[in-house]
Design a protein around this ligand. Structure first.
Ligand code: 5GP
Ligand code: MG
Length: 184
């Protein structure tokens, strides 16, 4: 595919790891009847979420929170902005926040604070990917799919300027300076 420099996570290893992650999440929620409310961060988490949801042996409902991190074509972050929410009542609920990737931590700090304001019983967080960034303060993350290097990645839900979300693998966008992420 044009622009894609290198596949980092192949099509066959993603669902396998996601299924294992679902097992870890289920183990952390032994009361199967109580159920969990997933709050998923749009739009990058949708493919991860779709695979995760179908592997979770828990009573689950879904809330959406839409956060924009990157300003369109320009990959210099503006800082995350809350665009909208569609959430059930989170009061006294066991919440699992699901996001695609943890980079500077700004997105998760914003989402975790919005969820905390709703008075949940417990909040846990799952991310598919984590980059080696210095994060201050470090958001609490309970479940991580893969640790990756500090490169800008696309595919399996992650986009560049809205494109590439449909790629069934995770790939570095392209080699050279543009390929570097925000951590360095
Ligand atoms: P943070 O707020 O932790 O710096 O960044 C998290 C958000 O930025 C993610 O939810 C994702 O939307 C976006 N992001 C961070 N790194 C990447 C990347 O390498 N590729 C893509 N497509 N999005 C990223
Ligand atoms: Mg995101």
């Amino acid at each position: 595919m044009e622009g894609v420099a290198e596949i980092l996570l192949h099509e066959n290893e993603l669902p396998t790891r996601v299924a294992a992650l679902a097992g870890e999440i289920a183990d952390a929620h032994p009361d199967r009847d109580r159920g969990i409310t997933i709050v998923t961060v749009l739009s990058g988490s949708i493919v991860f979420l779709a695979d995760l949801l179908r592997q979770l042996p828990l009573k689950t409902r879904l809330g959406l929170i839409h956060v924009s991190s990157y300003a369109g074509r320009n990959r210099v972050a503006r800082g995350p902005t809350l665009i909208g929410t569609s959430l059930p009542d989170l009061h006294d609920q066991d919440v699992l926040i699901v996001d695609d990737i943890l980079e500077t931590g700004g997105t998760l700090r914003l989402v975790q604070s919005a969820v905390a304001d709703a008075g949940p019983r417990a909040v846990r967080t799952a991310v598919l990917l984590r980059k080696p960034c210095r994060r201050d303060p470090e958001p609490t993350v309970d479940f991580v799919g893969f640790e990756i290097e500090d490169v800008f990645v696309v595919g399996y839900g992650l986009d560049y300027n809205g494109w590439y979300r449909n790629l069934p693998y995770v790939a570095a966008l392209r080699a050279g300076p543009l390929g570097h992420g925000m951590c360095g």
